[in-house]
Design a protein around this ligand. Sequence first.
Ligand code: SAH
Ligand code: SF4
Length: 391
Amino acid sequence: MDAKAPITQDVLTIPRKLPEGPQNLIGLSRDQMRDALIAAGTAEKQAKMRVGQIWQWIYHWGVRDFAEMTNLAKDYRAMLADQFVIELPEVVTRQVSGDGTRKYLVRIAGGHEVEVVYIPETDRGTLCISSQVGCTLTCSFCHTGTQKLVRNLTAAEIVGQVMLARDDLGEWPVPGAPKDETRLLSNVVLMGMGEPLYNFENVRDAMKIAMDPEGISLSRRRITLSTSGVVPEIARTAQEIGCQLAVSFHATTDDVRDRLVPINKRWPIADLLDALRVYPKVSNSERITFEYVMLDGVNDSDEDAHRLIKLIEGIPAKINLIPFNEWPGAPYKRSSNNRIRKFADIIYKAGYASPIRTPRGEDIMAACGQLKSATERERKSKAQIAQEAGL
Ligand code: SAH
Ligand code: SF4
């Protein structure tokens, strides 16, 4: 196998046209916001304090209107309103599943769309966010991977997904109310559309904002980034984000993994495992989640289970078994419940947690790997998309 062989074919990367007009304050790091305020005429000596105040209004209180920032002078608020905006991606549709799962179709600049899924559970509420429109990788079992239009989301568009979900859940704190310890949105997983480590800087900046203790204040232990195995960025994730890591493992031989997760041709299993071995220590996180999609007759044998145990030896791990979520035209079938249970059992007996993920929101196509924008689903031809994208 030629290590340099392209692992993606036929993908159109959308050049991002920056929207013109006032600058969006959302998505800026504290330093970037400080620079922007100074450029807008704020005295350097005051800039840090202003950032602190504005930051709290936006990320702690969820305020979108400068007029409500009552600890700022009136003329300063007017200046902000004149030069800046506080803008989230737009929710186009919102579907609620029979099991309470919510799926939002969200429109970002340029008219492209991504999906965001909220999954309520008894002890937590998890928001599954997207990092790209589509995905340049072409995992053969993943619906997103069949989407051909790709662009990286900005940091604003990534953290904006968390904020719009908080809007919908009515979860911004109310001044004077007692502190709410039991959040509806308590966890974030980067498991929606896209490969987060192919959009590293924006994902990192967005997660830093989500973790900032004076704002949304999510603990890094409640953020999980899922990667298909972009090996060189794994160490950076440990150092620069420090969140929990999940890896889309899905196979126990390079031969099978090459077919399921084609990025394996560039960074095969042995390289991936080397990177994973050091992750917990560098990131100070407890264990790696190995995601393993159960595909009938492809990767679900007893031998696979035993091989998996051998491969991950020495890595603090939990193995998340995902029953394959079928989508129209998918080339695989879900393993039977008996098979999945047997597989889980072998792993469990070797001393690893091996939960079987319950598919959620199946009635609204919100389950893992089914995400794809509505416009793309109705796609007629590549030429037509190119035309619509103005390419
Ligand atoms: N690109 C990243 C994150 C998004 S995918 C990654 O691949 O890790 C989130 C998880 O859903 C991954 O483990 C992915 O392999 C899995 N997945 C994709 N399609 C699926 C499907 N049809 N059924 C079940 N899981 C799927
Ligand atoms: Fe992309 Fe992840 Fe889907 Fe693979 S599984 S195509 S990396 S979104």
